[in-house]
Ligand binder design. Sequence first.
Ligand code: NAD
Length: 333
Amino acid sequence: MKKIVVTGAGGFIAGHLVKELIKTGNKVRAVDIKPLNEWYQVFSEADNLVLDLRLMENCYQAVNGCNEVFNLAADMGGMGYIENNKAACMISVLINTHLLIASRDCGLDRYFYSSSACVYNAEKQTDPDNPGLKESDAYPALAEDGYGWEKLFSERMCRHFSEDFGLITRVARYHNVYGPYGTYDGGREKAPAAICRKVTSAAMTGEKEIVIWGDGHQTRSFTYIDDCVKGTIDIMYSDIDEPLNLGSSEIVSINQLVDIVEEIAGYTLERKCDLSAPKGVRGRNSDNTLIRQYLGWEPSTPLRDGIQRTFTWIGEQIRKDQSERTGINRFNK
Ligand code: NAD
């Protein structure tokens, strides 16, 4: 039986991926830098390792005796994190570089890299009515400063390891993934989780106002975690060696996202726009022509359904946190 390494396994997407790979009968080695008690999901069936993958020797330890790697480890977060931690985000280049070298040297068969919509040229994202970013829109390069450049560089590193050393590499460009077991507080959370948390806590405390980053008219599309995991596995085992978008094409403004969360919560808030907060590009959407054409599939969970499930899960976590930490208010950070 083949053995698969999943890095970043203590985090959001890779935790779900480990679950799916185990469910479908694979032997999995799960690796993350965080202590095991901080992993979002832990599976006793996996071989769980705590390693800092920026270090070369740890990458050899991570891949040794395995056949394939899904590399999802990165120092990352939502806009609030990546705009204020550009150097830290770029240092993730060490993770991918050392993992590729270790995978080549240890003779692994296949390698997946989790790239991002942040590789796309900023000048193609100035209009909220973004028709969808095609894979070719990453060039000429003008990626998101810091995080996006690291992703673009690492994509190319994958490509050249294929060309020069014959390691099969696959790359997905994720577009805003959300769902249960994602980060929802602490500063690394993304818009869907942050809005679910703010609306839930306001409904619980009776607060009347919600702070929106930017003017709320900026647009995005959001990919539900189950679609992301399916697409990740499909791309990994496809014969497509170019980066593919893995994102929903259901575009909404941040205001529309807040509308959906308020409607689910049955609680409406007054909106206060913080125009000085990090807001990212003006309009971003995924063009899914290639993934449809190559894999006959694209992400399809309706945003409202995915948000409903995410909202329910975040509400449960907040209530659990509240009862465990009586007297400490973690809301509206
Ligand atoms: P996450 O932060 O939940 O998971 C990333 C994990 O990597 C964390 O658990 C972290 O501890 C681990 N990590 C960081 N540095 C490490 C190191 N030096 N050694 C070992 N582990 C390390 O993020 P996520 O949302 O699950 O994202 C997974 C991947 O997908 C990342 O590469 C991210 O850049 C990419 N991505 C995510 C999104 C999204 O919307 N979530 C969008 C585009 C791309």
